[in-house]
Design a protein around this ligand. Structure first.
Ligand code: UDP
Length: 327
C-alpha cells in the first residue's frame, strides 16, 4: 500500500516507517522537522519537508504520491507545554488535522490511522481504563486530540472516512536504529537513562506524595515497536474504531528508576521536586479491544526489555541524531 506518514521523522513515526518498509509498503514521510529529525527517516522512504497546516504543501505531496492511506503522527505532545501555550496545540494538532482531512477528502483518501492519547481521558475514574471511560481531558494537548478524534468521527459519518484512533499510553523503548531524541527532553525514561550516561546530574521525581504505594505516579509503558505493530494492524482494519494501546501493567516512577539501575548497572541519583501540573496519579490501559478487534498482542511488555532497548539506543547515540542545533 502507498502510505503517507505525517510526522514520520519523529519518535513513533520513524519506527512505524521502518516497519511499513520492512513489510513492503511504499512510504512518503511528510514532516516539517520542527521536532523530528531528517536522520530519523529511513533511507528507503520518500521524504517531503512540509507542514500539515499549509494546504499547498499537503496538496502537492498528495498529488505526487497518490497515497492510499495516511498515518497521522505529526503533532505536539507535551502536556506541560500545552498548558502554557494552548493556541500552539490547537493550531498544530487540530487545525493541522483539519487541513489534512480536507486534503484527504479532495484526493479521495479515506483510510487514516490517527495517533491519539490516553490524555483524552483526563484523570480516570476507574483503572485499568478501557475505551468506555468518559473523556474529560485536563490539558489543551488532550483536548486537541479529542477534538481531532471527533473531527474524524464526523468525516467518517459524512465523507466515508475509515479512521482508526489509537490512544497511546506511555511510548518508550527503541528499535535497533531509531529511538527517542527530544530537546529539551521531558519524558521519564530518556531522562533516567541520560542520568545513567552522566549527561545530567540527577533525575527529578515530580511528586512523591501521590496516593500510590510508593507515592510516585504510575504509568503504563508500552514499547514503541509494539505501537508500530498496532499501526500495521490498524491499516488493515476495515471497520475503523478506537483503541487503547498499553500493556495493562503500571509502574511507578520509583520502580522505573530502580529497574533502570539494574539494567544499566549505574547509580542514578534522584531529587524530589513538586508535582508537575496536569499529571494524574495513575494511568493504566485495558487494551482488550485492540486484542479482540485488531489482533494486537504486545510482544515486549516487560519493563526490563523496554529499558534494555532504550539503553542500547542511548548508549549508541548519546547525542541522539546529533542535529540539535537545527531542530
Ligand atoms: N516524570 C518524572 N521526572 C521526569 C519526567 C517525568 O518524575 O524527569 C514523571 C511524570 O511526572 C509522570 C511520569 O514520570 O508521572 C511519566 O512522565 P512522562 O513525561 O514520561 O510521560 P507522560 O505520562 O507525562 O506522558
Amino acid at each position: 500500500m502507498r502510505v503517507l506518514l505525517t510526522g514520520g521523522a519523529g519518535y513513533v513515526g520513524s519506527i512505524a516507517t521502518e516497519r511499513l518498509l520492512d513489510l513492503g509498503h511504499e512510504v512518503l514521510v511528510f514532516d516539517n522537522l520542527g521536532r523530528g529529525h531528517r536522520a530519523a527517516v529511513d533511507a528507503r522512504a520518500r521524504f517531503v519537508r512540509g507542514d500539515v497546516r499549509t494546504p499547498d504543501e499537503l496538496e502537492s505531496a498528495f498529488a505526487a504520491f497518490k497515497p492510499e492511506a495516511v498515518m497521522h503522527f505529526a503533532a505536539l505532545a507535551l502536556v506541560g507545554e500545552s498548558m502554557k501555550r494552548p493556541g500552539l496545540y490547537f493550531d498544530n494538532n487540530f487545525a493541522g488535522l483539519l487541513r489534512l482531512a480536507e486534503t484527504m477528502r479532495r484526493h479521495d483518501v479515506r483510510r487514516i490511522v490517527f495517533s491519539s492519547t490516553c490524555a483524552v481521558y483526563g484523570a480516570p475514574a476507574v483503572v485499568p481504563m478501557d475505551e468506555t471511560q468518559p473523556t474529560a481531558p485536563e490539558s489543551p494537548y488532550g483536548e486537541s486530540k479529542l477534538m481531532g478524534e471527533r473531527l474524524l468521527g464526523w468525516y467518517a459519518q459524512r465523507h466515508g472516512f475509515l479512521p482508526v484512533l489509537l490512544r497511546y499510553f506511555n511510548a518508550c523503548g527503541a528499535s535497533a536504529r531509531h529511538g527517542e531524541d527530544h530537546a529539551p527532553e521531558t519524558h521519564l525514561i530518556p531522562n533516567v537513562l541520560r542520568t545513567a550516561l552522566g549527561r545530567q546530574a540527577r533525575v527529578e521525581i515530580f511528586g512523591d506524595d501521590y496516593e500510590t504505594p510508593d507515592g510516585t505516579c504510575i504509568r503504563d509503558y508500552i514499547h514503541v515497536l509494539d505501537l508500530a505493530e498496532a499501526h500495521i494492524l490498524a491499516l488493515e482494519c476495515e471497520a475503523g474504531g478506537t483503541f487503547n494501546l498499553g500493556n495493562g501493567a503500571g509502574y511507578s516512577v520509583q520502580q522505573v528508576i530502580e529497574e533502570a539501575r539494574r539494567v544499566t548497572g549505574r547509580p542514578i541519583p534522584v531529587t524530589v521536586r513538586p508535582r508537575r501540573p496536569g499529571d494524574p496519579p495513575r494511568l493504566v490501559a485495558s487494551a482488550g479491544e485492540a486484542a479482540t478487534r485488531l489482533g494486537w498482542k504486545p510482544q515486549r511488555p516487560s519493563l526490563r526489555t523496554i529499558l534494555e532497548d532504550a539503553w542500547a539506543w542511548h548508549r549508541a547515540r548519546p547525542d541522539g541524531y546529533g542535529d540539535r542545533a537545527t531542530g
